[in-house]
Design a protein around this ligand. Structure first.
Ligand SMILES: [Zn+2]
Length: 254
């Protein structure tokens, strides 16, 4: 499998946000008390990120922490510099890079933008200083980190024990939930990188789902036609990942 382009493109500045993160954007931030959110707002920039941009590389210092508004970011574990497996995804329900507050100065995963959009961004130093002071931020991030860990554990089990067709269905359903849309764009190559398989495997599994009239898939454009049917084909990991999110953070995960 060819290595995913790992150029470190810096997100475009969308201008420093005058009002800071909005309640219509990142749900994690929106769940903070209003006074804490207003206090944090001045420290955030709003940036635009594009599909395929690499925001973190394993072993590289984390300079910024991202709270996605409408973008989606895939977290990929990397083996031998070229093989990858998605161990989590972060959308408007989450945050990426918060592990700096736990003392991890270097990224542990490759973070690649799966869908373009905007994110609220804060520098590592500002984030760590605020994390040390704000109880609400600490409580929120401990709970969120726990859901990310649960997700990574489930995906590890899924990758070893479940067939590709079920794993693809699980991945599409999680993407659907994160984006709150039945239609989205994911290339075969991207799916191969997230599922840790060759492109031909993705083609075969996607064709099987298409033949069952659960999805349509053409040139990377995916539409889920039958959600219930896709859930029936998916392994139980979809439900378990979903339950871990909603149990820990019902007002944030949807
Ligand atoms: Zn599974």
């Amino acid at each position: 499998m060819p290595a995913m382009t790992a150029t470190m493109n810096l997100p475009r500045e969308a201008g420093r946000s005058g009002v800071g993160p909005s309640a219509a954007g990142n749900r994690l931030l929106a769940s903070l008390p209003e006074s804490d959110l207003q206090h944090l707002a001045a420290l955030f920039d709003t940036v635009t990120v594009e599909v395929g941009e690499v925001l973190y590389e394993p072993g590289q210092p984390i300079a910024h922490i991202y709270f996605p508004d409408d973008c989606l970011i895939s977290l990929l574990a990397v083996a031998e510099g070229r093989m990858t497996l998605e161990v989590g995804s972060v959308g408007r329900e989450g945050v990426m890079g918060a592990s700096v507050a736990l003392g991890h100065e270097l990224a542990q995963v490759r973070a690649v933008v799966q869908r373009s959009g905007s994110a609220s961004r804060i520098s590592r130093d500002d984030f760590c200083a605020e994390f040390a002071q704000l109880d609400s931020l600490q409580r929120l991030l401990y709970r969120y980190t726990d859901t990310l860990l649960a997700q990574a554990i489930q995906i590890a089990v899924c990758s070893r024990f479940h067939v590709l067709e079920a794993r693809l269905a699980r991945s599409l359903l999680i993407t659907r939930d994160r984006l709150q849309s039945e239609k989205f764009h994911l290339t075969h190559e991207f799916l191969a990188h997230t599922l840790g398989v060759r492109r031909v495997g993705v083609t075969k599994a996607a064709s099987a789902l298409q033949q069952q009239k659960l999805i349509t898939y053409s040139r990377g454009n995916i539409e889920i036609l039958d959600s219930a049917g896709l859930e029936a084909v998916s392994c139980r990991c979809y439900e378990l990942v979903k339950d871990a999110g909603t149990a820990g953070m019902a007002n944030v995960f949807i």
